[in-house]
Design a binder for this molecule. Structure first.
Ligand SMILES: *[C@@H]1O[C@H](CO)[C@@H](O)[C@H](O)[C@H]1NC(C)=O
Ligand SMILES: *[C@@H]1O[C@H](CO)[C@@H](O)[C@H](O)[C@H]1NC(C)=O
Length: 292
């Protein structure tokens, strides 16, 4: 009897451990890299970007070719808390406005609208303060599956494993450059005291460069690249004038590339700049000044 209780206690401890150790371990849908469809880990850390758009990996199902996915209400847990709750019932101390059921949902990927990624709605009240380090399990309620003859069979999901999981990173400020070709662009940010955060000095300033280019390689025909400089919640942001410098670093020769620059502060886009460039290697395309 005693040994059975000990076994049971151990079993519970192991369950609690695995729940906190890996976010969304059961989920069989994954984030795939657009460049080669390689898998990202379950519960992979994912930056929250601007509302109503997606710059995450593609949501894929290993071994299948899926399309037109639908998602349900996300389950969430804060930090190491093993207890997942539906996001509409998530009520950490101090939250003044409940999250809507579909706060996290699927959006077409920016520049690759035939693929889907994760996105979110705009925050209300002080919701923004509760979005960092959340384990999110997003159920996939149904999806289409391509057959060999290219017809699509609709499959209903909703099972325990029909989900995709990620852990949120919610920067205080995100300066984000994205573009619609296989070319490579570079983003540099000059901070108020003159320090430049760049490819050559990713950690020089208070902010840090996140070089998660999909590839920027001409032989891989991925029409979507991205690069960002971010300031974490705990960073001591300098107030003052900033400059974002956009460089066309490598041109594959396939014509003009559309780029987008967004400065996102506390989840809201405060600066948006878009344009076209067909500049030769390592040319400054434009500089955008903004104040924080
Ligand atoms: C999935 O199937 C469609 C239609 O046959 C095809 O166009 C697409 O390239 C396939 N995707 C992958 C990742 O195999
Ligand atoms: C600007 O401030 C950062 C962070 O305090 C510091 O690391 C850097 O050396 C400063 N740069 C200059 C040019 O003063």
């Amino acid at each position: 009897m005693a040994s059975r209780m000990i076994t049971f206690a151990l079993f519970c401890a192991a369950l609690a451990l695995t729940a906190s150790a890996q976010c969304g371990k059961t989920c069989r849908f994954r984030f795939c890299r657009l460049s080669d469809m390689s898998l990202r880990g379950k519960g992979a850390r994912t930056f929250l970007r601007a509302p109503f758009t997606s710059l995450s990996g593609v949501i894929c199902l290993p071994g299948s070719n899926v399309t037109d996915l639908r998602s349900g209400q996300a389950m969430v847990a804060q930090g190491k808390d093993p207890n997942m709750v539906p996001i509409s019932q998530f009520s950490p101390a101090g939250l003044d406005t409940s999250f809507p059921k579909r706060f996290f949902r699927l959006f077409p990927l920016q520049f690759v609208p035939e693929e889907q990624g994760m996105g979110r709605l705009r925050t209300r009240g002080n919701q923004q303060e509760f979005l960092d380090d959340l384990c999110v399990v997003l159920p996939i309620t149904s999806y289409g599956e391509f057959e060999k003859d290219e017809s699509i069979t609709r499959v209903s999901g909703g099972g325990r494993k029909d989900c995709v999981s990620f852990r949120t990173r919610n920067p205080m400020v995100l300066i984000e450059l994205s573009w619609d070709s296989a070319d490579d662009f570079d983003l540099e940010v000059t901070e108020p005291n003159g320090t430049v955060v760049s490819r050559d000095a990713p950690d020089a300033g208070v902010g840090e460069l996140n070089n998660d280019n999909n590839v920027g390689a001409c032989n891989i025909m991925i029409p979507a690249g991205k690069e960002a400089v971010l300031y974490r919640q705990e960073d001591e942001l300098m107030s003052g004038d900033y400059t974002a410098t956009i460089k066309h670093f490598n041109n594959c020769g396939d014509g003009r590339t559309r780029y987008r620059l967004r400065v996102i502060v506390d989840g809201e886009v405060v600066v948006f700049r878009t344009g076209l460039s067909n500049a030769p290697k390592d040319t400054v395309v434009t500089r955008v000044n903004f104040s924080l």
